[in-house]
Each structure stands twice: as C-alpha cells, then as structure tokens.
Design a binder for this molecule. Sequence first.
Ligand SMILES: [Mg+2]
Length: 409
Amino acid sequence: MANNRKGRHLTQMKIAAVDPFYLRMPDITTAADGTQDTLLVRVRTDTGLEGWGECDASPLVSLAVYCCPMSHGNIINIRTSLIGETLDAPDDVLRLSEKVRRNGLDIQQIQHAYSGAEIALWDIIGQQLGKPVYRLLAEMSGTSDVAHPKLPYASVLFGDTPEDTYQIAVGLRERGYRAAKFGWGPMGKFGEANDIALVAAAREGMGAAAQIMIDAGVVWGTDYETAYNRAEAFAQFSPTWLEEPLAPDAIDAYGSLAEKNPPVPIAAGEGSSIYRMAEDLIVNGGIQFVQIDAGRIGGIMPSFQVRQLAERRGIQYVNHTFKSHLSLAASLHVFATNPDFDLLEYPAAGSELSQCLVIDPFLVEPDGMVRVKECPGLGVRVDTEAIRPYLAPVRIEVGSDTVFEQTRL
Ligand SMILES: [Mg+2]
C-alpha cells in the first residue's frame, strides 16, 4: 500500500506484461514509406489496464531490445526492467525510464527502442488518473493545461515527376488540406532544374494560399553549399521550411548553413534517437524548426524536453509522424498546450496497416484543424481485430532456449 498526498491509501498497480508486436504489409518496397511495417508495444497491469505505444524503428532490431538475453549488468532488456514494477503516477514513468536506461547502458539503441513502452506507460497512467496525457505533462512542468488546435499538414512523398507531384498536390487541395509537405523521391537526384520544377509543381497544385513544406530527405549529406543554393532557388515559392537538406548528424554542416542565413527556414530533427541529438541540432546546428518523433527519441518525456528547449531557444517545435494515429496521439500530447507550435504533421497517405491501426483516428474538423482528444491516456484505441492479419509471428530461439515468442493480439 502507498499513500498519496491526501493520505488516502492506494493499491499499488504493477506492470504484468510488456509485449512487442511486429506487423507488416505483405510486400515491403524500397520506397521511403515508414508505414509498411511497425512495432507496437502493449503494456498490461495487474489491475487490468492496458496501454499501447508505437516505435518508428526497424521493428525486429528494436524488438530484440525487449527480449535479448542479459550479457552483464549493463545489458538487461526492457521487459526484464519493467515487469513487476510499480506504476501509479507520472513520477513512476520517469523512474522506470531511468531504470531502463541504466539497465541498458551498453545497449546502444536502448532509448530509441524504449519509445513504444514509454508511450504505453503514459497511456496507462492517464487512464489510471482519468486525465489526458497532455494534462499530466502540464501538471509536472507547471505550465498551461489548455490545449490548442493544430493545423494539419498532409505529409506525402514527391511524385516521380513534377507532373505527378502537381497531381498529388491538386488531390490534397481538393481534400481540403491548407498545408502539405512533399518529400524524398526524386528531390536532389536529377539536378537543380528538376528540383525547382518539383517545388514549383507542389506550389502550383496547392495554390498560393496554402503552406507548403519541402523535405529534401537528407539528400545533400554534408554539402551545405548546395543546400543553401537550393534554399535560395526555392524561396520564390515561399515554402514554410526546407527540411533535412543534410544528414541527421551533419551538425557542423547545419551550423555552416545557418551561418549563411538561408532565405528559407531550415527544419530537422526527426532522426533524433536520444534527446542529445535534438539538442545538438538546435544549439549547434542552428535549425529553426525542430521535428521530433516520440516513437524514436525515447517516448513522450524526451520529446517534451525538446519542446521545452525549443521554447527557451525561440524556435518552433513540430512533431514528426509518419506512422499510424497511435503515433500521432503520442506526438500531439507533447505540444498540444503551446499555441505558437501550431503545425501538425498529419499522415495522409500511409499503408492499409497504418490506416486501420486505431479505432478512433484524428479527423480533420470542419474548421480545418486537429485537436487532441480529451480522453484519459492517449485517447485512441488499437483495433486489434483489424491489425491481426498483419501480425508477423516472431519466435527467437538460442540453443534449446526460447528467448522470445510472440503472445496473441
Ligand atoms: Mg522528413
């Protein structure tokens, strides 16, 4: 038994199960489409609560971090760290995150893989306390607990040609989107004229009143001169930002680009698998929009810490979400209460798997905005019936030992 602040006795809730699930489409292609497969993490308590999280990661690499046999005291898997632990309050999530990191000190991708479980823990705590996650974050940080609507920008890939891109943009405009991001595909691969034609097509298709964003998909590596030249060339189309013109860890090159003061703001950060990577891009890379994926950076709390850093530095925080609306929910709670952080990456063209993953997706409301759900926890429910056909059963054996066997959905 534990006492809460008012002296009432609470029954301690324990983590009873931590189950990763690998789901995939029948055919996986080389397209830069991260919705073709996924890793979900379900956490269950001994009181019957259930929380879910989603990792934006290589599913089986991350799954291994949930079940790999202990190597020594600094390589202990996530399941072992969590099962049997007490989970009653937000402080418990922070304590358990610390334990997972400590136990996995020498597992290089521990925080990245932990993202799904961390999100699931917040989902459970919100349900237990009857509050949406964004309010728990507001209470912990002593900040406003008023949520604000976000303008969803459709996040799509460039078409193979400028004409294809134009058709995609027209389709998005006809669906009512007032903002859209076009990325990857041919950008940066066929010379400056083609790059400019792609951006021109996106602008023309979306119309003059819309916001457009350009995602270069890390194509110029460390070549900040080319990145600057493209920013200059694209400025005539007034994109809101130029995203990831350089490699995720090209911090010096980002800094050099920032020193040249490009005419289009630079966005980056989705590759951050720990808080420090995002901090480096902000402090030393000079970016103006930081894009964080809660399913990559270690979950909701590290994302929230980047949001707070963005607030201190006067730059804009944006979610990175190219998965299901389970990931979108986790992303949205992180920055729902900041009215200045008003853009929301909104998955608009994902796989059937990603689109059927939750029962209650976030709809664009009649005013064109998306709002966080005022329900306990994350506010979305995983549709286990719908996703069951995509489940790829995993069984890992080492010698005569079964290290992992997937439980039923
Ligand atoms: Mg991107």
